[in-house]
Design a protein around this ligand. Structure first.
Ligand code: ZN
Length: 161
């Protein structure tokens, strides 16, 4: 175990930017990727993988569905295998979770659309966000709000039906 004292005395650790600013190109698919907080990485990456790093800050999240890379930092690349959760936005995974806080997946949205022609996903998520709040920072691999991804998923599923 590392002590917190060890971290605070290593101020020159150049990987330790709490959340990387701006967007950086994914080394695998060359699409722009957004930075994630160290606590997002800490919550979602497998223990044995985390043991390889001194510091969890400075990683970027690739959301390209066809790209195998989930998190990257410099030459380090982490894929689904290194994650403790299923990254729902990547191609061919099940469940294809889009909202990690309130458990909405593409499968669930599709089933609702097939049954009723509509989906309550957005209303449900918005209502619950106001009520109990969300924990995207530690549940969603992007570290951010899922509403954009949910809206996009609904459109995709509707046009495919
Ligand atoms: Zn990528």
């Amino acid at each position: 175990m590392f002590s917190t004292t060890k971290f605070s005395t290593q101020e020159s650790h150049n990987c330790c930017t709490p959340q990387p600013k701006g967007k950086v190109e994914c080394p695998s698919c060359h699409q722009k990727a957004k930075g994630v907080l160290g606590k997002t990485f800490d919550a979602l990456v497998k223990e044995e993988i985390k043991a390889k790093f001194d510091c969890f800050d400075g990683f970027y999240y690739c959301k390209t569905p066809s790209c195998k890379t989930v998190y990257f930092r410099d030459t380090t690349i982490l894929t689904q295998e290194d994650m403790s959760i299923v990254v729902g936005l990547k191609e061919g995974v099940s469940p294809a979770t889009v909202c990690y806080c309130f458990e909405w997946s593409k499968e669930k949205i599709k089933a609702e659309l097939e049954a009723t022609g509509e989906t309550t996903a957005l209303e449900d998520i918005k209502a619950k966000m106001e009520n109990s709040g969300c924990s995207c920072e530690i549940l969603n691999p992007s570290g951010g709000c899922c509403l954009g991804d949910v809206t996009k998923a609904i459109k995709e599923i509707k046009s495919a039906l």
